[in-house]
Design a protein around this ligand. Sequence first.
Ligand SMILES: C[S@@+](CC[C@H](N)C(=O)[O-])C[C@H]1O[C@@H](n2cnc3c(N)ncnc32)[C@H](O)[C@@H]1O
Length: 208
Amino acid sequence: MRVNTSEVIKRRYNRISSIYEVMDKMIKDTWRLNLLSQVSGEVLEVGIGTGTNLLYYPKHIHSLTGVDFSSGMLNHANEKVKRGNFPYPIELIDADIQNLPFPDNTFDSIVSTCVFCSVPDPIKGLKEIRRVCKPTGKIYMLEHMRSENKIIGLTMNVLNPLTVRLWGANINRETLRNIETSEIRIDNSISLMGSIFRQLILSPNKNK
Ligand SMILES: C[S@@+](CC[C@H](N)C(=O)[O-])C[C@H]1O[C@@H](n2cnc3c(N)ncnc32)[C@H](O)[C@@H]1O
């Protein structure tokens, strides 16, 4: 029987959604704040999860649309939206990053934090965010990826099946290469944890 990877990952996030925030301390608050203070206009956050980033968006953005394919994670984000008093409209949508329900060139800023390690087909997902980003827009990421250190990289390859099984995240994704394959331009890359964790500012590169 053919395994539907998206369904497996979705179920895994549904299962861990109630303990996700206690478990996941990988991204420092200051990293989120530095990244999100740069976004503006109509913002799309892909893989919004439990909505941790909601604390950090600047008040002046026009709107925020959050998508995630795990209803369990989205329930927690919805609670935060109800409790918070946000000065901009927020819409949360149950959708797959690999097939976004938006027309081309919709958003000024697109955000992903710790998401492309678990999107089943990362290149398909990256091409989708490029498609829905305005030609003048920017893509803002905090993502972990395979180390450039040979030994650490090989160790990550060995451990990867275990991390995928436990929490649905690949630790050996070649995210920089995937970004380039998706015809997205890397404007700025800051290493936050050696070559494993980076802040990335990207352009959809549509006016080549
Ligand atoms: C590691 S969590 C990160 C959540 C949040 N961005 C954060 O910084 O805390 C990854 C999230 O991406 C979502 N995700 C992974 N692949 C997805 C896909 N193809 N479509 C929509 N959401 C996806 C998962 O459901 C999960 O909520």
